[in-house]
Design a protein around this ligand. Structure first.
Ligand code: ATP
Length: 356
């Protein structure tokens, strides 16, 4: 796949605050790319630099291999959809969508046709004559999207596009954005702090931490093969147990027995964290388990989430309770109650050892 955008050695500071500390990244043609990270990690700054609203202190940015930084924002084949939508209240939906094209001198039948096309893309044909205040939040967002798509940019920037929507609408719009990206072939770059959103929508994710890229890869790679404690934790709640690699397992701080860990990766004695996803922990009543099998503990709390039960299991010696997630639909669940004694275990291969 060809690179649409090349970002090399990009740095940006605001006074004493380093927003970007050397970003290297390629964004490919026709991909749905997510910049993910906690508040303040620099993702919006990077987006604004691509849009041309900020200039980097150092580094190169190219589009199709040509310098982008020298090109003013309105001449870049890049559009941005703002979180606030920023619709003109006095204009109709159609007027809002057509505005950018009109500014470029498009008129008459072509203007109408292209505005109608963009509205059809977001399934808003029926409300072309309405003013924004007569629309629902979801519809307003679609108008903003149509307006950003109407000029057929090479790159569409979306800054937390779903933040203002309620959960149901958000879930629906995730799929819709994905459909739009596939349908139009336009490269989408979304900024979000919501890991689930990035996992569901993106082809690739750059997870950022303090102005740097902590890990770049497919949703699956970030989920299955996190490169550090930060990534493992950010891409979904994970159990992180500190300790040392042992010849046959993992020696957790505060525990005398070894825990299952992937074999042969690191030398015995290496300080590490053992990362185990909550859904990978098997929990069984202690009475049903032979002694010495699994890690014994007591259920501290149970949260019922419909599809899942979240158990916090207190294990003597461990600093934090183990978090386990059991699917309620999969198999017959043992009767779990708070205070009950249970054993927890997991497959060694499905845990990860992290040294960063
Ligand atoms: P959020 O999700 O909260 O928007 P972010 O990951 O998008 O966070 P940025 O907005 O890029 O982060 O900000 C990165 C850092 O740069 C932060 O510490 C922020 O306070 C700082 N910063 C961003 N813009 C400016 C500015 N115009 N002036 C001063 N500091 C700024």
């Amino acid at each position: 796949m060809t690179a649409l955008i090349g970002i090399g050695g990009v740095e940006k500071a605001f006074g004493p605050v380093t927003a970007l500390a050397g970003i290297e990244l390629e964004i490919r043609e026709n991909e749905f790319f997510a910049l993910l990270g906690p508040s303040g990690c620099g993702k919006t700054t990077l987006l604004r630099i691509l849009a041309g609203f900020e200039t980097p202190d150092r580094g190169r940015i190219t589009l199709d291999g040509k310098d982008l930084i020298a090109i003013p924002p309105n001449r870049r084949p890049i559009n941005m959809m703002f979180q606030s939508y920023a619709l003109f209240p006095h204009m109709t939906v159609e007027g809002n969508v057509a505005y950018g094209l009109e500014m470029e001198g498009v008129r008459g039948a072509e203007l109408k046709r292209r505005a109608a096309e963009a509205l059809a893309l977001v399934q808003l044909e029926g409300v072309a004559g309405r003013k924004p205040h007569l629309l629902s939040g979801g519809q307003r967002q679609r108008v903003a999207l149509a307006r950003a798509l109407v000029k057929r940019p090479r790159l569409l920037l979306l800054d937390e596009p779903l933040a203002a929507l309620d959960k149901k609408l958000r879930d629906q719009m995730r799929l819709e954005l994905k459909r739009l990206q596939h349908g139009t072939g336009i490269t989408f770059l979304i900024v979000t702090h919501d890991q689930e959103e990035a996992l569901v929508m993106a082809d690739r994710i750059a997870l950022m931490d303090q102005g740097r890229i902590a890990q770049l890869g497919s949703p699956r790679a970030l989920y299955e093969e996190p490169a550090s404690r930060f990534v493992a934790d950010f891409i979904g709640v994970t159990n992180l147990i500190e300790g040392r690699v042992a010849a046959q397992g993992f020696a957790a701080d505060g525990l005398s027995r070894l825990l299952p860990a992937p074999p042969g990766v690191l030398a015995a004695g290496t300080p590490a964290a053992l990362a185990i996803r909550p859904e990978r922990i098997r929990v069984r009543p202690a009475a049903a388990t032979a002694s010495g099998q699994g890690l014994e503990g007591r259920i501290e709390s149970i949260a019922y989430l419909g599809q899942d039960l979240i158990l916090h299991v207190r294990v003597a010696g461990l600093v934090r309770p183990l978090v386990a997630r059991l699917g309620t639909g999969l198999e017959s669940l043992p009767d779990m109650t708070e205070g009950a004694s249970v054993t927890c275990d997991w497959t060694a291969e499905r845990a990860r050892l992290l040294t960063n």
